[in-house]
Design a protein. Sequence first.
Length: 644
Amino acid sequence: MDAGPPEGVEARHNCRSALQTHPAKLCRPIHRMKGSARRMQYRREIDGLRAVAVVPVLFFHAGFATFSGGYVGVDVFFVISGYLITTIIVTELAAGSFSLIRFYERRARRILPALFAVMLACIPLAWLLMLPDDLENFGQSVVATTLSANNILLTMTSGYWDLAAEFKPLLHTWSLAVEEQFYVLFPALMLILWPWLGRRSGWALGILAAVSFALCLYGVSRHPTATFYLLHTRAWELLLGSLVALWLFTRAQPANDLLAAAGLLLIVAAILTFDAATPFPSAWALLPTVGTALVILYAGERTLVARLLGKRLFVGIGLISYSLYLWHQPLLVFARINSYEQPSPQTMLGVVALAFLLAFLTWHFIERPFRDRRAVPLKLLVPGVVSASVALVAAGFLFHDRNGYPERMFAGSSETAANMHIGYNTRVFRYKTERFAADGRPRLLVLGDSQARDFVNMAEETGRFAGYDLVYRDDLPICAYPDFAEGLRHLVSEAEYLIVADSSAGKACFSTLLDRGLFRDHRVVIVGPKHFGYNLNKFAQLPVQLRPFAMTRVFDEIAQDNRDYRALLPRGSYLDILSHVSDDGAHMPVFDAAGHILSGDRVHITQAGAAYLGRAIFDDPAWAAFPAFPASSIPERREAASRY
């Protein structure tokens, strides 16, 4: 099989056929002399390199700490993709046979059938298992992924209200969107550059890669989300593969054991040493990308690295790597969604094994047939792709438009969707005013983030502050006290009562506020943290009669923070939410007595949650006289602060 490539026309035909039926198989053009016939040779080691890329991604997303930098497998894929696409394009441009239509047809055959199959398989699982807000988010991802724009959606929606990554079945398709956007632009660029510059097009691509890399370095600290997801800061990785392809286009494949091994070691080092704290992509991304380039450049067929990566196991995994990448994230997500607690490592290994099985079946029954124009002619491919795209976009739009169909899980009126956490919290904004009203009512200022919004909703549902002039602000960082912006400083100085519910504040902040006299100057209540544990989707599957008894375990760090704040802050100035709803301070109820869920996303509360927690807090005799809080002496405060 590896003895040597056939010559001349037969070689070009064999490579072209291989690219149609097995696009993962990379063929390299070797130019012996100017004007000579090209011969093509399949590089097994590139398929093996795909295995090195995809397996760490799987184990990283499965939560195995050893693969803390497994996310760099995506960067390895980017370089390989740039190399592959450029090799195909310049080979055909040089032969005068390049066609944009044929190129996009090959990309559609390569990418869409398996992708659409996985997405269609996710829809019934999402319908059965996901909470409304999760399903609404999933619907948005379905539409964006179908339109090759999930990276843009993630850039626009990432933030405090964003769903946790481990509960997004299509999160990983952001990398497909980057590649697909590159595939749209790059061939047209080469059509412009090649007639003008020919093999010297690499200079222009090098300049573009340098600009993209500079934007990446600039944005990683200033706009980290956009820098991570968008094409303009990722293009340099694909273009690095393009530069490698152009370099090899007129040269024989060099073989250098030392450089090839160094490249492989750079990739492995990134996988094993990078973690969530590593700024990425940044200059650190050079390790896996340059490592990949070195392997492609110098792993000639007689090198140790080529022989290692060319082993049957590596090549086999490489051949199914695309389907494996598609399946792993949805399977891991639905395993988590269908569990009360974090699934065990054994469970996650089982999920990974299932991903391998489904990947092989998808590769054999979907990928291979659709790449073959004889098995699936164009007259069947186009209507099939169009029909699947329309169906997916329609389903995703409905999930979004109907707010995740809350009636699937919660019987109720037509207002059910509006009473879930995202839509429900918008009511608070009517309190976001610039000044207190001059009407003689007691002035109450609520500061913080969405936790403060939840607190206002608790008060709303119980009517607790009906006699107060209430103002809510999420743009007055309490930790900066008393150095607020001039235009808003008056709100704090005029407030008679101050309530702070801010998830970003911590012990250091509260100790500083003690020292700066906040608790001496104002009647203050600090609202403690709340959280509904690992996963609520599974609880929503309980029968209605069992829901009032369901309790979820609060994360240990949340419970510990609550104990620390209670010890640190003056008596009477700390609202311990957990103690009002839990006997041990480590569990939270999931539903009220009627079976209505209290949180839609594990952090923020629904209308039912606001009513339930509001009654639990404000019906407590200790708070009956609110807001005439008991006051501690200054020495007691200083003594409490000194303990931390």
